[in-house]
Ligand binder design. Structure first.
Ligand code: NAD
Ligand code: UFG
Length: 351
């Protein structure tokens, strides 16, 4: 059992990972500024983990604060003796990063630098970092191994590449760092209870939340970006990973880091399976019993035809692989959307 600092723990991937880590017996300190999440997510995590009220404050401490603020980081590192950090906090919208690159270099890069400086002061040298398959840009080969060139094509990707570079420099500068950079493919789905899930602000940029919002009646129809890609049905192919598999991947990475000599691990987290946009539409229709009307439109600038992970290294180094496929992704994502049509805003006010 360890005491862990989880930055961005109230977000989509962070909340599911918090639940898996609490169920594994770890104590958590969550630092989140709630810029893209709701405190309600963590209340539901505590309830799903069935934390007895007497232990709740020790098992799941929540600090509202910003990773760019040294005082907030200091508060987090003095709330408990932190054994390891899982660093989710960051901005993730590709289009916004093109419009506002300074925000991405500020939160993702400068924020990570502040966090690493605070870890040094606190003597904590174990970190799991949320990286992204966006680093591979337009991949030269599919499935994509970790040895593929890092060639991001937008400021969001540049910010992730910069942090990976910083982590490599840090690991080389002094012995003792245990670091895992996890390159996620396309995280989707929800906890099977339907009580926590993805709650994007405004119109979703990503396929899966858009489709579930169409199915629940919040949006009229899906626009399918491109039907002339060199894929089986002409629509884009991605490696969709159930968020619970991803959460379990973080727990596995932590166990490996804490149980092995110091090292820098860089691993793809994906399923190794690709699905086209139309396959996802059909799977969601079948899970929900609802129709998902769609229109075939122009390709979206910046998209690749196919991105699929080679997950061999994650399996070899972590003893982890995905256990859930597209039917489970759609079943659980639909359960969340149906029970929470407006996301966490559907919840009755607290008190
Ligand atoms: P999310 O937006 O749901 O979660 C991010 C969390 O960080 C939110 O709770 C937000 O409030 C918090 N946060 C943002 N800026 C902060 C700051 N300055 N200080 C403290 N907290 C802050 O996103 P997510 O999908 O859960 O992604 C988590 C991480 O994984 C991000 O770093 C993201 O770049 C990375 N990632 C996500 C995807 C994806 O498709 N979801 C893919 C690859 C990588
Ligand atoms: N798509 C549509 N219509 C939509 C949205 C998406 O047809 O309304 C298509 C896209 O063209 C693509 C596929 O659905 O073929 C998946 O698109 P997403 O936007 O869901 O995901 P991306 O693969 O483009 O990117 C996501 C994140 C990135 C991250 C990447 C890999 O947005 O930040 O996964 O992790 F880097």
């Amino acid at each position: 059992m360890a005491t862990l600092l989880i930055t961005g723990g109230a977000g989509f991937i962070g909340s599911h990972t918090c639940l898996v880590l609490l169920e594994a017996g770890h104590n958590l300190v969550v630092l989140d500024n709630f810029s893209n999440s709701s405190p309600e997510a963590l209340r539901r995590v505590a309830s799903l983990a069935e934390l007895p009220p007497a232990t709740q404050q020790q098992r799941l401490r929540v600090i509202q604060g910003d990773i760019r603020q040294p005082a907030d980081l200091q508060q987090a590192f003095t709330a408990a003796s932190i054994d390891a950090v899982i660093h989710f906090a960051g901005l993730k919208a590709v289009g916004e990063s093109v419009q506002h690159p300074l925000r991405y270099w500020d939160v993702n890069v400068a924020g990570s630098r502040q966090l690493l400086a605070a870890m040094q002061v606190a003597g904590c040298r174990t970190l799991v970092f949320s990286s992204s398959a966006t680093l591979y840009g337009y991949p030269d080969q599919v499935p994509i191994p970790e040895t593929a060139p890092v060639q991001p094509i937008n400021p969001y990707g540049h910010s992730k590449a910069a942090v990976e570079r910083l982590l490599a420099d840090l690991a080389a500068s002094e012995p003792g760092w245990r670091i895992a950079s996890l390159r996620y493919f396309n995280p989707v789905g929800a906890h099977p209870s339907g009580r926590i899930g993805e709650d994007p602000n405004g119109i979703p940029n990503n396929l899966f939340p858009f489709i579930t919002q169409v199915a629940v009646g919040r949006r009229q129809q899906l626009q399918v970006f491109g039907s002339d890609w060199p894929t089986s049905d002409g629509t884009g192919v991605r490696d969709y990973i159930h968020v619970m598999d991803l959460a379990e991947g973080h727990a596995a990475a932590l166990t490996t880091l804490l149980g092995e000599p110091p090292q820098l691990l860089t691993l793809n987290l994906g399923s190794g399976q690709g699905h086209s946009v139309l396959e996802v539409v059909r799977a969601l229709e079948s899970a929900s019993g609802r129709r998902v009307p769609y229109a075939l439109v122009e390709r979206r600038p910046g998209d690749a035809a196919t991105t699929v992970a080679d997950p061999t290294q994650a399996s070899a180094r972590l003893g982890w692989r995905t256990r859930r496929g597209l039917p489970e992704i759609c079943r659980d994502g639909w359960a969340w959307q149906q029970a929470n049509p407006e996301g966490y805003a559907s919840a009755p006010p607290a008190g």
